[in-house]
Write a protein that binds this ligand. Sequence first.
Ligand code: AKB
Length: 337
Amino acid sequence: MPKRTVLITGASGEIGQALIKSLAGDELTTLITVDLKPLPDELMEKSTHFVGDLLNKELLSLLEEKYDFNLIFHLAAVLSTTAEYNPLLAHKVNTCSTIDLLEMATRQSQEQSKPVKFLFPSSIAVYGLPDLETKNQFMAIKEHDWTEPTTMYGCSKLYCEKVGIYYSEYYQQLADQEPIRLDFRALRFPGIISAFTIPSGGTSDFGPEMIHFAAQGKPYDCFVRADVRIPFMVMPDAVRSLLMLANAPKENLQTRIYNVTSFSLSAQDFKDLAQNSFPGAEINFKPDPKRQAIVDTWPADIDDSAARNDWNWKPEYNILDACQDYLLKNISKLYNL
Ligand code: AKB
């Protein structure tokens, strides 16, 4: 097997850290990582890490000169809640850095005479259901339904999906000769729950926050109503889905954008789960009407049958396994319970 050079942006974030752990053991992979922050100590040895801003053109030029990337996981993003406080920054980080990387990957595809694979985590935030009645009526929604985002984060993810397709299928479409283009693939992730890290800046954070607070014996005020339901998956499945899509033969892919999910839970389900697992956990519902309004536009469930059909996607963890075999075991270790 030939060696490959893999770039992970947003590497110090939740998905980035988990992806590094999963790729680091592979002898055929040279791992290059970038983030505004350093990696945690235990990951320092696992990659060549650059601390810096992707919007800094000098940093990108340096990476482009130094390495020939075969696979890029572009994870860096400003998440949905933070993006609402600073939409212009979110636009720059989420879309401008993506365009710059797509341009770099295009040049490298042409230099290497083969498509660089570009894996992009999109989100259920690209959906926008107009009201609760519609949300309750359309339960598991498909990739082309209701793509009417109401957040800057959702808008930027949807735009990046579109330009990813553009760079893969239509870039230099008027040139005399068909150019070699990159190979863009995106996953629309639900809320992601990690046993090892706590999310920040997202609006699906109420689920994982509730469990981590309960495990630490800290009271938690949940910022959405008890009946709010959105889809979730645990981190090992999120990383597995990224790697599965990266490895899927191109001829099997009917689309470049795939929903993936594991289970849907309401905020009340999370409370029950947290209190059953950590008796005495103090959880109160104190909905913040504005963050609540964002989650109300996100679907209660998504249909991931395209991923199941095209590249055999299937989550390893259903809700029971997720709790027993992954979350509770590891969270208890994390907090020395
Ligand atoms: C967020 O809440 O912003 C993210 C997401 C659902 O993409 N976790």
